[in-house]
Design a binder for this molecule. Structure first.
Ligand code: AMP
Length: 286
């Protein structure tokens, strides 16, 4: 049976009983508009845990003033059906008031925030989205405190977020394990994203070159080319001219340092706009 819960205390009461029974709890944090990428995380959680909570919350404190918070797709009925079909135990869909109080004071002058290390947040997605990762880490820590999961499942699609959350768990001695999950793609390579619905057919076609650029880098690396400058230039030449590049970066996924030479565990991450839609994708060299 899947239940929809809006109240923090109702989740905590269920969790208390599960803990008394010695059950392993999994958490899949999402912003809803669930797709096959989220579903893969849910399936992994159900495989590894006795009880699974999927949170659905469009977190206002991780959106900038000119971002798509209001427009972000909200499809709770469909999200619930997907969770029900998969056998999720709780769908936790709190209101903003429930998460942050009714006074709607959501800035860091009024609210306690988690501040992940500057070096990791002030780059890539954090550069164009100031405050985004503080907001994301804060809500994730709140969800960890509400659900007390043994395992929490995050997609490699948001590689910078995955790195930041894994580091937060380590730095703050949180008692849970982060399980990274591979990127789920459409057959033609486009990484699944709740924002893909914003793309018209032309923009979607152009967006395919984002993944092509990453594949180009991987192929050249397999042929022995490691210099990131050479790889960068070659990848850029693959991008459709209508794609507006925000960044294409090469980072060591052990410490998030920039790297001049690709090697094992290098993250190659890209953010770009197709039309007005901002898309991200990445590969990790294995
Ligand atoms: P979101 O709802 O976009 O905040 O995503 C919730 C979780 O789903 C995050 O851990 C994402 O990394 C993960 N996710 C989103 N899209 C994908 C995808 N295409 N493949 C794998 N994981 C994904």
């Amino acid at each position: 049976m899947t239940i929809l819960i809006n109240k923090i205390n109702d989740v905590k009461n269920n969790v208390k009983i599960w803990k008394q029974q010695g059950l392993k709890i999994g958490l899949v944090p999402t912003m809803g508009a669930l797709h096959k990428g989220h579903e893969a995380l849910i399936k992994k959680a159900l495989e590894m845990c006795d009880k699974v909570v999927v949170s659905v919350f469009v977190n206002p404190i991780q959106f900038g003033p000119n971002e798509d918070y209001d427009k972000y797709p909200r499809t709770i009925e469909n999200d619930f059906s997907i969770c029900l079909k998969n056998g999720v135990d709780i769908v936790f869909a709190p209101s903003t008031d429930e998460m942050y109080g009714e006074n709607n004071k959501l800035s860091n002058t009024d609210l306690t925030f988690v501040c992940p290390p500057y070096n990791i947040v002030d780059c890539m997605c954090g550069k164009s989205r100031p405050g985004h990762f503080d907001g994301a880490a804060t809500v994730v820590l709140k969800l960890f405190n509400i659900v007390s999961p043994d395992f929490a499942f995050f997609g490699q699609k948001d590689a910078q977020q995955l790195f930041i959350i894994t580091k937060m768990v380590k730095d703050l001695n949180l008692d849970l394990t982060i399980i990274p999950c591979p990127i789920v793609r459409e057959q033609d390579g486009l990484a699944l994203s709740s924002r893909n619905i914003y793309l018209n057919s032309e923009e979607r076609k152009n967006a395919l070159t984002i993944n092509k650029a990453l594949k180009q880098i991987e192929n050249l690396y397999r042929q022995g080319i490691k210099d990131t400058k050479v790889l960068f230039d070659s990848a850029i030449s693959v991008l459709d001219k209508n794609i507006e590049l925000e960044y294409l970066e090469f980072r060591n996924f052990d410490n998030f340092d920039k790297t001049d030479e690709i090697q094992k565990n290098t993250l190659v991450a890209i953010a770009a706009k197709s039309g007005k839609t901002r898309l991200i994708d990445n590969i990790i060299i294995r």
